[in-house]
Ligand binder design. Structure first.
Ligand SMILES: *Cc1c(COP(=O)(O)O)cnc(C)c1O
Length: 373
């Protein structure tokens, strides 16, 4: 029994994986992104299940996340996408992780490190085609020289990352694809042909944007069942996905409040009618955004009901005046569905003024996790 818990349906993640594979086709390798503890769905159970479903490789953000997967027994190629500091090189090599290298200076450092160990280490090179974050912006000539000069490294992939993949009002995506293709072809002409080239996260797959696929794709959010809202004239969604995570919390107390009575920190809510409120065992320390104070909703007894007053660290009050059958110990749903009433991470994000990624990644350590197969 838990005060608050996330129930993760692994069969939905498996179905989402197969739906995404069907969109890209059998010739494109799917590399599930399980960084940030698989967006808090649990990196190990998610990766173990996807491996059983046929996933051939995985992607994470940092070396420590890769080490965690190795220690759980996964032997697949693991791409470390988020850069690394010198002290992380030992873990990358020792645990057979494949880093993405983002600058020619780091390429030379990693090559020197490999030489000192008398080994040859794989890497993917990231080029900045417009994101303006990680990725080299060096001249092509210098990139070619650096790749050729790194005798103790093996270029296993060329990649980039899109800045505006869900924005169909701008030409940025087309510009980035063109820039990436031009670099890929120039490298090819110089005799450099890495086995993988990739620039797609979830959005281009979900919107069926074939020119973005390359021969490998890196979906995160879509595996967990979400599609970011698009702007402009988006193509139809090409994959039917279902959210895998349901977040629940128990009612600790139920109380009657008279009209006019204040509720919570700074008395931000006052009853307008005789009201019945439930105090729920989760707050912003568990990941309910504080900006949902007086604004968000939860699902209780099969209805969408409002949050009353400030979300506090450990507790949140909700108005259950119109609900039947609730009692202390009963559970309400913070993210998920009860019958026809549903409130998704995307709904929570919209009301909180954030994005679904940050809602999922914000689910705290105190929230227990349970798994359905
Ligand atoms: C996080 C990340 C992804 C996955 O993005 P989603 O939008 O969750 O699919 C892909 N590529 C890189 C480089 C990332 O950092």
């Amino acid at each position: 029994m838990h005060r608050t818990w996330a129930e993760i349906d692994l069969s939905r993640i498996a179905a989402n994986f197969h739906a995404l594979q069907a969109v890209v086709g059998p010739d494109v390798t799917l590399s599930p992104v399980v960084k940030a503890d698989a967006y808090r769905h649990g990196a190990i159970p998610v990766a173990v299940r996807l491996a059983a479903e046929g996933a051939a490789r995985f992607a994470v953000s940092c070396a420590a996340e890769g080490v965690q997967l190795r220690e759980a027994g996964l032997t697949h190629p693991i791409l470390v996408m988020g850069g690394f500091a010198p002290f992380e090189m030992e873990a990358l090599a020792g645990f057979h992780l494949t880093p993405v290298i983002h600058s020619l200076a780091v390429l030379r450092d990693y090559d020197a490190f490999a030489r000192a160990r008398s080994t040859r280490l794989p890497y993917h090179l990231k080029v900045d085609t417009g994101m303006g974050r990680l990725g080299t912006r060096a001249e092509l000539r210098d990139i070619i020289d650096a790749i050729g000069g790194a005798a103790n490294l093996q270029l296993a992939g060329l990649m980039s990352h899109l800045a505006s993949a869900t924005d169909f009002t701008t030409s940025q995506t087309a510009d980035q694809i063109r820039g990436f293709e031009s670099i890929r072809l120039s490298l090819q002409q110089a005799g450099i042909e890495p086995p993988f080239y990739h620039l797609s996260s979830s959005a281009p797959i979900v919107f069926g944007m074939k020119p973005v696929f390359g021969n490998m794709v890196r979906p995160g959010l879509a595996l967990y069942g979400y599609v970011s809202p698009a702007t402009g004239d988006a193509p139809p969604v090409a994959a039917r996905l279902s959210p895998a995570l349901t977040w629940r919390a128990r009612i600790l107390e139920i109380k009657e409040i008279s009209p006019g009575a204040p509720v919570g920190y700074s008395a931000r809510w006052r009853a307008e009618r005789p009201s019945r409120l439930a105090v729920v065992a989760a707050g912003y320390a568990d990941g309910i955004p504080h900006t949902l104070s007086n604004k968000g909703h939860v699902v209780a007894a099969g209805r969408i009901v409002p949050i009353t007053g400030a979300v506090s660290m450990d507790l949140t009050s909700i108005d259950i005046t119109d609900c039947q059958g609730l009692h202390p110990g009963a559970a309400v749903t913070l993210i998920g569905a009860e019958g026809d009433a549903s409130y998704s991470a995307e709904d929570m994000a919209r009301e909180a003024g954030v994005i679904s990624y940050s809602v999922l990644c914000g689910i705290g350590n105190r929230v227990a996790r349970t798994y359905l197969d």
